[in-house]
Design a protein around this ligand. Structure first.
Ligand SMILES: CC(C)(COP(=O)(O)OP(=O)(O)OC[C@H]1O[C@@H](n2cnc3c(N)ncnc32)[C@H](O)[C@@H]1OP(=O)(O)O)[C@@H](O)C(=O)NCCC(=O)NCCS
Length: 231
């Protein structure tokens, strides 16, 4: 059951000005990972023609406090100042909404031949269990189809049962294991993959999941991501 939220979430392509908040989300979602991606690595990703990143955001009247009561906390003020500071360094001209958007989640893929490989997907801890992770995945799958991927694949920690449940819901199955894949603790990775995305049975499943998500998550804006993307 999803938590109630009065805030409307939107989704769009990640922009350079998002990097400070994307780094916050990354640190929040993967606290034990080492090394953490730097702002340079995200900037590099934005220039990488094979990489495609999306973010979920709330506009600030709703996003001003994690508790949803409209109180601006120290964290938000610090984040706002950091965004202003980073505006020039990260090429803020492509994002006119500095300080007015609070990011709640992000995801990215690399397109490799006919395969879209999910490199990251994460929701802020304070925004979990509202259907946002699922919304990111839905949009990543749609984006992958738009980019003519045949399959979507990923690696996930053996211990990460929450993420595995999400992927299984979307028809990913286990394709193998990469031993000691994660350098921080030597944990194995499970390789997961969809079937061919254009199979009618998969398209039917996806359509049903979209309708179900839409009916449960009215806080996720119904406007389709691809309207905002220029691929
Ligand atoms: C994985 C993650 C993105 C899910 O995001 P979320 O917004 O909390 O998930 P949602 O509310 O959209 O839940 C969607 C589905 O995910 C699964 N799920 C999410 N949290 C779960 C949990 N704690 N236990 C079991 N299943 C869970 C369920 O299948 C759920 O569907 P349901 O509501 O029909 O049961 C989020 O937990 C996260 O950011 N984790 C840290 C980063 C991470 O591990 N990323 C994956 C790297 S491979």
């Amino acid at each position: 059951m999803f938590m109630e939220s009065n805030s409307q979430y939107h989704i769009r392509k990640m922009l350079a000005g998002d990097i400070p908040q994307v780094m916050e989300i990354d640190l929040d979602a993967f606290p034990d990972q080492w090394p953490h991606p730097t702002s340079n690595s995200f900037q590099h990703e934005l220039r990488n023609k094979l990489a495609h990143y999306i973010v979920i955001y709330q506009e600030s009247s709703a996003a001003s406090g994690d508790d949803g009561r409209g109180v601006i906390g120290l964290k938000e003020v610090v984040s706002y100042i950091r965004q202003l500071f980073n505006r020039d360094r990260f090429g803020g001209a492509d994002n006119s909404n500095y300080g007015r958007e609070r990011l709640a989640g992000m995801a990215g893929i690399w397109m490799m031949f006919d395969e879209a490989h999910i490199v990251t997907i994460a929701v802020r801890k304070t925004h979990k269990h509202q259907g946002l992770g699922e919304w990111l995945l839905l949009n990543i799958i749609d984006l992958s189809m738009q980019l003519r991927a045949k399959y979507v694949t990923l690696e996930v920690r053996v211990s990460n049962t929450a993420a595995q449940a999400l992927y299984e819901k979307y028809g990913f199955s286990r394709a193998g294991t990469r031993k000691k894949y994660y350098s921080d603790n030597g944990e194995d990775a499970v390789i997961m993959t969809t079937c061919e995305l254009d199979l009618p049975s998969y398209q039917d499943r996806l359509q049903r999941l979209k309708e179900d998500h839409h009916s449960r998550c009215s806080h996720c804006c119904a406007v389709h991501l691809m309207k905002f993307m220029e691929y």
